[in-house]
Ligand binder design. Structure first.
Ligand code: PEP
Ligand code: CO
Length: 454
């Protein structure tokens, strides 16, 4: 069996090629920032990381379902209470809808408190004859189009750590009972249902959740929200290896190293090369780890990836996030499921129906169609079931606010409408209504699949 730690150290990634590498002109300033960050408290703890791993293990066995979602890229300016609470709220509401449909506990994981660095397809951006480095997220540089703003600044790494800490502090308070009334769907805003074809069905789902909650409260004799805190975990793409390394620690009374910048880091599609720095870094940490898998991935690559990152088949360790596109999934997914099956290992399959369905309108606006997102998800459930496999989670880009970035949904947002409140600096997100509607439609699909099976 391969030894996960052989030849590994928190720095061994530095000898490998880091795709999407950021060159900091001021290396001394970078080193000083990383030293400072390494001396500060961790953002999460090893026991939380282990708790999430066992919940993901349950999801991989079919005893739970993973709901992972949040911004494509968080920004330092939008670290306000409304933005954070909005995301938490929509994820909690979606999770109740999914619990109701799947009859399984839902593991909630935000793309939050550290989702600040972005991979880019081009290293530079040109405007009117001027070429500057691309914007790579608030952790790296600034989005304004001047040389000064686009130069990677190590101070932003520290600011990102601090913003993540502020976000997490508020999330922990919210999870500790600040959102008690959300268990009661009578407080949800369902006005979008009046515009939807399936509106009456949505209202039935909510009525049924309400009845279950009141039944439970009647049986236990008090309010469900007082029962216990809501579990909520964090995740982000582990793109900036200096940032990840500075929060990676050995902890007392546990073996190995933990990346304590987040509970569930994932490796993006563009940085998942087997001989690359990201795979090297993450093979050595004990966290559960996600990998994004796109179209055209070969069975050999899947096998080697699992050899390196999932050598011991540890339950809950590996989240296989496929992001194939509504058009490609029927062709691509069966081979990937088969490739994993051949290894004899267990992974948690999670569908990201966002990143294979990005398109640009004639006016140059980056968007996604609600119907394509839903279609990829429905196909993912079906294909896994047909192959005797199991889809154990979904990964979404969403926000709790009323943005207009994805086309379609109950209100039938059209291209003209995109301009009203398009705020994302990177990928288009589902707004709160579209996200809740998607959960309702997924719930409906899962129930009809279960109905067919029984
Ligand atoms: C993302 O999750 O925002 C992203 C860039 O995804 P992928 O690595 O799948 O392209
Ligand atoms: Co994205």
């Amino acid at each position: 069996m391969a030894n996960r730690h052989e030849g590994w150290s928190p720095e061994s990634w530095r000898d490998k090629i880091a795709t999407q590498d950021v060159v900091y002109p001021d290396q001394e300033a970078l080193a000083a920032v990383l030293r400072e960050m390494a001396s500060l408290p961790p953002l999460v703890t090893s026991w939380e990381v282990e708790a999430l791993k066992s919940r993901l293990a349950a999801a991989a066995r079919g005893d739970a379902f993973l709901l992972q979602g949040g911004d494509c890229a968080e920004s330092f300016d939008e670290c306000g209470p409304n933005e954070i609470a909005g995301k938490f709220k929509v994820l909690l509401q979606m999770s109740l809808v999914l619990v109701h449909a799947t009859r399984k506990p839902v593991v909630r994981v935000g793309r939050i408190a550290g989702q600040y660095a972005k991979p880019r397809s081009a290293n530079t951006e040109s405007r009117e004859g001027v070429t500057l480095p691309s914007y790579r997220g608030d952790l790296v540089n600034r989005s304004g189009f001047t040389r000064e703003e686009r130069t990677p600044d190590p101070a932003l790494i520290l600011k990102g750590y601090e913003r993540a800490a502020l976000t997490l502090n508020f999330l922990r308070a919210l999870a500790d009972g600040g959102f008690a009334d959300l268990h009661h769907p009578e407080y949800w805003d369902l006005s979008f249902a009046d515009h939807a074809r399936n509106g009456s069905e949505y209202k039935q789902i909510v009525d049924s959740i309400r009845e279950s909650v009141s039944f439970t409260e009647a049986v236990i004799g008090h309010d469900v929200s007082k029962l216990r805190r809501v579990d909520f975990y964090t995740s982000h793409e582990g793109l900036s290896l200096p940032y990840e390394q500075a929060q990676t620690r050995a902890v007392p009374r546990r073996d190995g190293w933990y990346n304590l910048s987040t509970h569930l880091p994932w490796i993006g599609k563009r940085t998942a090369a087997l001989d690359g720095a990201h795979v090297e870094f993450f093979r050595g940490v004990r966290n559960p780890i996600g990998v994004k898998v796109g179209p055209g991935s070969s069975p050999e690559w899947v096998k080697e990836l699992l050899d390196v990152l999932h050598p011991d088949d540890e339950p809950g360790r590996f989240v296989f996030i496929h992001r194939l596109g509504a058009k490609n999934i029927a062709k691509e997914l069966p081979g990937l499921i088969e490739a994993v099956r051949k290894t004899g290992k267990t992974v948690l399959f999670c569908a990201d129906p966002m990143h294979g369905n990005t398109e640009t309108t004639a006016d140059g606006i980056k968007t996604r169609r609600f119907d394509n997102i839903l279609s990829e998800l429905e196909q993912a459930f079906e294909i896994h079931q047909q192959m005797g496999s199991r889809l154990g989670g979904v990964h979404l880009e969403l926000t709790g606010e009323n943005v207009t970035e994805c086309l379609g949904g109950a209100r039938g947002l059209d291209e003209e409408g995109l301009r009203q409140a398009y705020r994302s600096r990177v990928d288009p997100r589902l707004n709160c209504e579209q996200a809740l509607e998607l959960a309702m439609l997924v719930a409906r699909h899962v129930r009809s699949m279960n109905g067919r099976q029984s």
